[in-house]
Structures are given as C-alpha cells and as structure tokens.
Design a binder for this molecule. Structure first.
Ligand SMILES: [Zn+2]
Length: 119
C-alpha cells in the first residue's frame, strides 16, 4: 500500500491510542482517591486498577510501535524489515500497519516482547 495510506492509518492509530491512554490515566487518578468502607469493594477496585494499568502499558507499547513505524516511514525505510533489511510483504503491512519487521524476523523473535505477540 502507498506509504501515505499507511502513514494515515498509523496517525489514526496513534491518536486513538493516546485517547485510550488518557482515559486509563483518568481512571487510575479517580480510583486512587476513592475511599471504600467495604473490603470486598476495595479488593475489586485494586483488581480493576491492575487491569487498567496493564491495558495502559499495552497501549503505550502499541503507541511506541506505531511511532517507531511512522519514524521509519518518514525515513523512507518503512517498507523494509528493520532486522534483515528485506522488503516487508505488502499484505503484512496492510494487516499490521505498525509492523517494522518481516514475517520471518517477527516469528523468530516471538515472545521477546509482548508488543509482538500479534505478529
Ligand atoms: Zn526481516
């Protein structure tokens, strides 16, 4: 797909992720100030905080990935794998606009980073 199209997709993704992170931050800010008399409610709240904290971390990783991909597009190397330098299959770029690795490299590095799980 044209680099401009992919850039537009990533720009949208970046905005969406920033909005999500903002939302998570607000949630955490709000719940940290809450006082619960009931212990069960408190436990539930802590659990929710952990879930939100994890979601926020995932969103931040995805955002970093999207920004990394945008930087590579800006440097005119967005279509190439950052590990082996070979072109990334157009179908792969279409399915995963934020990817910066070809299928081979992404597969061989599976498990290294949680942000690559979907690759
Ligand atoms: Zn590669």
């Amino acid at each position: 797909m044209p680099a401009q199209d992919r850039k537009a997709l990533l720009d949208n993704l970046r905005l969406e992720l920033k909005a999500r992170i903002h939302h998570y931050e607000e949630h955490q800010h709000r719940s940290s100030g809450a006082l619960n008399k009931d212990l069960d409610d408190q436990a539930l709240e802590v659990q929710n905080d952990e879930v939100v904290a994890r979601l926020e971390e995932e969103a931040r990783l995805e955002l970093a990935q999207a920004e990394h991909a945008l930087a590579r597009i800006a440097a005119q190397v967005g279509d190439f794998c950052e590990e082996c330098g070979k072109p990334i299959a157009p179908d792969r770029l279409k399915a995963l606009p934020y990817t910066t690795r070809c299928k081979n490299c992404a597969t061989s590095n599976e498990g290294e980073s949680s942000s690559n799980k979907a690759f």
